[in-house]
Design a binder for this molecule. Structure first.
Ligand SMILES: O=C1N[C@](c2ccsc2)(c2cccc(Oc3ccc(F)cc3)n2)CC(O)=C1Sc1ccccc1Cl
Length: 330
């Protein structure tokens, strides 16, 4: 037959799971992350999990139809977690969205109930997995995943303020007319409205902007740099109002985190990590700090010198995390 004539079989093809990534949740964030990882060549082995089988099938077919434009990607999609076996990374975007007027604790409990069903199974199929949590509220759900997974804390990471920092760097790049990749600055702490910009670290080519304007980030700053951080928060709400969700920036940020881990880059990223013992935080909470990411997840946390005010804000967030965490039914 034709195929026999075409091929002389030499040996079975190998199963390569060396860069296998599972994405849980085929929603806007999950699919943006999948698309970013495939088009950036972060991985060519993806398992996509969701409860909605029709959505999964549609996304799988649509992605497979792009194969001629991708580097021989192997894409699987199923509601059955067996396809995730042997994953190096599992990106969790699954979760329910906050309802009108819903309390954060209620949202946390509903998302915890989702995680209770999937995290233990994912660890069984991929015991060496590293989790990257993107579901909200991300800092608390990263803690929940750590507890449910039983994995060491360096193997459970939250996207945290990676997106906040990316938006901050974009706004800075617009203000300075310099590429965002050359504008450095970290937003740390609790993801979202209460995040903490570390003004002392904002720099271009190592030149600290605060050395040029000592009032930077204070209420008496004539240049109102604090406005840049407020814009980070406001733009999140603006995007929701305009398109109903966010996807591209968070998808790219998740792809970058996966890339750092899969290539053992040891590059530094603001991600939500176990911060007990740092900056005077005494509780078992996850907040964002600059972390060195490689094959084993977080290898180091960067110890930035912080102002009294920055430390106070971190500790205030830690107290709020604990208040919500003690109310969670595992
Ligand atoms: O860009 C984003 N889109 C979001 C969203 C909401 C519905 S779909 C996606 C979004 C936007 C605004 C508030 C908002 O409020 C929430 C709601 C629940 C929750 F647990 C955390 C934040 N969520 C999720 C989210 O975390 C971001 S990033 C962000 C959010 C607020 C301030 C600063 C930043 Cl950097």
């Amino acid at each position: 037959a034709t195929i026999q004539q075409l091929f002389l079989p030499v040996q079975p093809k190998s199963e390569d799971n060396s860069n296998k990534v599972t994405v849980v949740g085929a929603g806007q964030v999950g699919m943006a992350a999948v698309f970013a990882m495939l088009t950036q060549g972060v991985t060519n082995n993806i398992a996509l999990i969701d409860v909605n089988e029709d959505k999964l099938r549609g996304e799988l077919m649509d992605l497979q139809h792009g194969s001629a434009f991708l580097k021989s990607a192997k894409i699987q999609a199923s509601a059955d977690p067996v396809i995730t076996a042997g994953s190096k990374i599992c990106v969790v975007t699954a979760g329910v969205r906050q309802r009108e007027g819903e309390t954060r604790l209620n949202l946390v409990q509903r998302n915890t109930d989702v995680l209770k069903m999937i995290i233990p199974t994912l660890v069984q199929y991929s015991p060496d997995v590293i989790f990257i949590i993107a579901s909200n509220p991300v800092d608390i759900l990263t803690y929940v995943t750590w507890k449910l997974s039983g994995l060491p804390k360096h193997r459970v990471i939250g996207s945290g303020t990676n997106l906040d920092s990316a938006r901050f760097r974009y706004l800075l790049s617009e203000k300075l007319s310099v590429a965002a990749t050359s504008c450095h600055g970290y937003i740390i702490g609790e993801h979202g409205d209460s995040s903490v910009p570390v003004w002392s670290g904002v720099n271009v080519a190592g030149v600290r902007l605060r050395d040029l304007n000592r009032k930077m980030g204070t209420d008496t700053d004539p240049e109102h740099w604090q406005e840049l951080h407020s814009m980070v928060v406001r733009s999140a709400y603006e995007v929701i109002k305009l398109k109903g969700y966010t996807s591209w920036a968070i998808g790219l940020s998740l792809s970058q985190l996966a890339h750092a881990i899969l290539t053992n880059a040891n590059s530094v990223h603001a991600v939500s990590t176990y911060v007990k013992g740092e900056h005077g935080v005494e509780d078992e909470v996850f907040l964002s700090l600059p972390c060195v990411l490689g094959f084993n997840g977080v290898s180091d946390v960067i110890r930035q010198p912080l102002t009294e005010k920055e430390i106070y804000q971190l500790r205030a967030s830690a107290r709020i995390m604990v208040q919500v965490q003690v109310g969670i039914k595992f």
